[in-house]
Design a protein around this ligand. Structure first.
Ligand code: ZN
Length: 599
């Protein structure tokens, strides 16, 4: 019997089989297109197969297998095959394909996080290749690299791979034989999730040839969403629900349509693919059909109002009004008249009767944000409205029947407020019929790349800025940042960065974090290392271009030299003009320029 703590590392096994699995990354990758600074990666670049294999631990004593800090299971492919058959038979091909694609996406996103965390300094392409090795190690498929290119300057990615021995094809062919459409759904989802999470932009993979279509092997190509024609079809399989707008950043479609959509703000789209997000969406679509009261909980900025308004839009009340009230934004003395209306003469200045938000929401949905801030009296009236479907205006005597679905939200622990006596227990139970918790962004990090892209495209259009994308250093910062302000904070950071970044350039860290955001110390350390890692990869030209944003990577001497060079070049070699640019004298500038051998 193995001891409880015994762990068998597969590193040795991997070393033994390295010649088989590792060969893919050693295929020289031809450069294609202009501007691809780095398009090949050596097979020895870290993380290599041995590095990755060391992440896999068997701990049979306690019934666990670990892929670094994530628990995984060994599952018979036949069991997966039977799951696939049952899903196809009960849900239909399209639904089943969607489920498997999304499950694959989550798995790929997790693996990308693992690689990021373990090898923060790895070259981007080596990190990308690590995904193919993890995919192979996990027993899904053997991956052969045809070519892969990544341009650190523009963030363009394009990769082509051959898949051999696809486990999904084995099962699909066994069940359905050879047919007319590709069947490696989960694997395509994995590749999309892995590369998108790694590079912080949506890279869509498509299976162009597949063994399930009678081809000798599967051929997959991945590139940015906007580079594909008809990408809506691919994205449909990533959307758990029709209202989830993964396609929101389909730049190509937006630009082709050339129609600004003023009625649609960045905040309207529901973007996400993480398990936590999908779980909340699942609850949302289930409860939307009913008239049940819904209580959204979660930190500020997680999108409670967005969920509430989506709940209304997919409910049978969609054609009726949706009225939102932020209880915290209305003074306590006015909240009752706001919610329930006022009769004429109820108080000084009430010269006309006025309906409240409850009456205005009749037939529709009333969204009460920050419900915990309601006064005790207002809480009592709200309870009555919920229980009896009737309200009374302030200063009035008659009851008015209202048919309103109440949706409430809070970022406070209502149970705690009940214990402290600041919130009515009966109201709490009346509101808490269907609680939906919205996770903070740091608990759904898989969605950060999707949201980054979504906001980038939105604000590029809104502010008419030609920003190409995010630098790798910026992506790393965003993926490691804790987002105390959640999605709203990410949205604000991206909007600011789009405005601050140079036209035609990339968003860098100093464009994003300029508002005194607090970084945890260890995160900063990681970023410093990450910055130099990226710089060393990108080659000399790219390093010079990125240097101003990563001063740590350059010595003072180098910085001075680069500054002088730029000033002299900008002045067409005129030293007096260059000196004026740098607010110094011609003599000083000439002396320093000579020192650096520039003149
Ligand atoms: Zn296939």
């Amino acid at each position: 019997m193995p001891s409880r703590a015994s762990r068998i590392s597969l590193a040795d096994v991997a070393r033994a089989t390295g010649s088989v699995l590792g060969q893919s990354a050693q295929v020289p990758a031809p450069a294609f297109g202009d501007g691809f600074a780095s398009s090949s990666v050596s097979g020895d670049a870290h993380p290599n197969l041995a590095d990755i294999s060391e992440c896999l631990f068997f701990s049979p004593g306690d019934g666990r297998i670990w892929l670094q800090d994530q628990r995984v299971v060994l599952m018979h492919t036949e069991a997966l095959g039977s799951l696939r058959r049952e899903m196809v038979d009960s849900l239909g091909l399209k639904q089943a394909r969607g489920l498997f694609t999304r499950a694959g996406y989550v798995s790929g996103a997790r693996d990308a996080q693992l690689v990021r965390k373990q090898w923060p300094d790895a070259e981007p392409l080596a990190s990308a290749i690590a995904g193919t090795r993890l995919h192979a190690l996990e027993g899904m498929v053997q991956v052969e690299l045809v070519h892969v290119a990544y341009d650190a300057k523009t963030g363009s990615y394009e990769g082509e791979f051959l898949w051999h021995n696809s486990s999904e094809d084995d099962e699909h062919i066994a069940a359905y034989g050879v047919g007319g459409s590709p069947a490696c759904w989960m694997q395509v989802g994995y590749a999309t999730g892995y590369v998108s999470t790694l590079f912080g932009r949506l890279i869509v993979f498509r299976e162009l040839e597949c063994r399930s279509m009678g081809d000798g092997h599967c051929r997959v190509v991945g590139k940015s969403a906007h580079q594909w024609d008809g990408v809506e079809e691919d994205l449909r399989y990533l959307n758990a629900h029709e209202f989830v707008d993964v396609a929101a950043y389909d730049q190509a479609r937006e630009e082709a349509a050339d129609l600004p959509s003023p009625e649609r703000s960045a905040g309207d789209a529901m973007v996400g693919a993480s398990s936590a997000f999908k779980a909340a969406c699942q609850q949302l679509s289930r409860v939307a059909r009913t008239s049940a009261t819904v209580l959204f909980t979660g930190e500020s900025g997680v999108g409670k109002e967005k969920f509430a308004s989506m709940l209304h839009r997919i409910s049978p009340r969609a054609k009726q009004p949706f009225i939102a009230v932020n209880c915290a934004a209305i003074p306590e003395t006015l909240i009752e008249s706001e919610l329930f209306g006022v009769e004429r003469g109820a108080f000084t200045g009430a010269s006309v009767a006025r309906p409240g938000r409850f009456e205005r929401a009749h037939g529709g949905t009333l969204f009460l944000d920050e419900i915990a801030t309601l006064s005790f009296v207002a809480q009592g009236k709200l309870l009555r409205a919920l229980q009896e479907g009737q309200i009374e205006r302030v200063g009035g005597t008659r009851s008015i029947a209202v048919d309103v679905r109440v949706v409430a939200a809070t970022n406070e622990a209502l149970r705690e407020a009940v214990r402290k006596g600041t919130f009515r227990e009966d109201l709490f139970f009346r509101l808490n019929v269907v609680p939906i918790h919205l996770p903070p962004l740091r608990e759904r990090r898989d969605d950060i790349p999707l949201l980054m892209n979504h906001f980038l495209h939105h604000y590029r259009r809104k502010h008419d800025c030609d920003v190409k994308g995010f630098s790798q250093v910026a992506v790393r910062h965003l993926l490691n940042y804790d987002f105390p302000g959640n999605i709203r904070e990410l949205q604000n950071l991206v909007e600011r960065a789009v405005i601050l970044a140079d036209a035609g350039g990339l968003i860098d860290v100093h464009h994003l974090f300029t508002g005194g955001e607090v970084h945890r110390a260890e995160v900063l350390t990681l970023h410093a290392a990450a910055a130099s890692g990226v710089l060393s990869l990108a080659g000399k030209a790219a390093a010079a271009a990125q240097a101003p944003s990563a001063p740590r990577a350059m010595s003072l001497d180098q910085t001075e030299q680069s500054l002088l060079q730029k000033a002299i070049a900008a002045s067409g070699g005129n030293l007096s003009a260059a000196a004026r640019l740098l607010h110094t004298s011609r003599a000083k500038l000439a002396y320093r320029a000579r020192k650096h051998g520039l003149v």
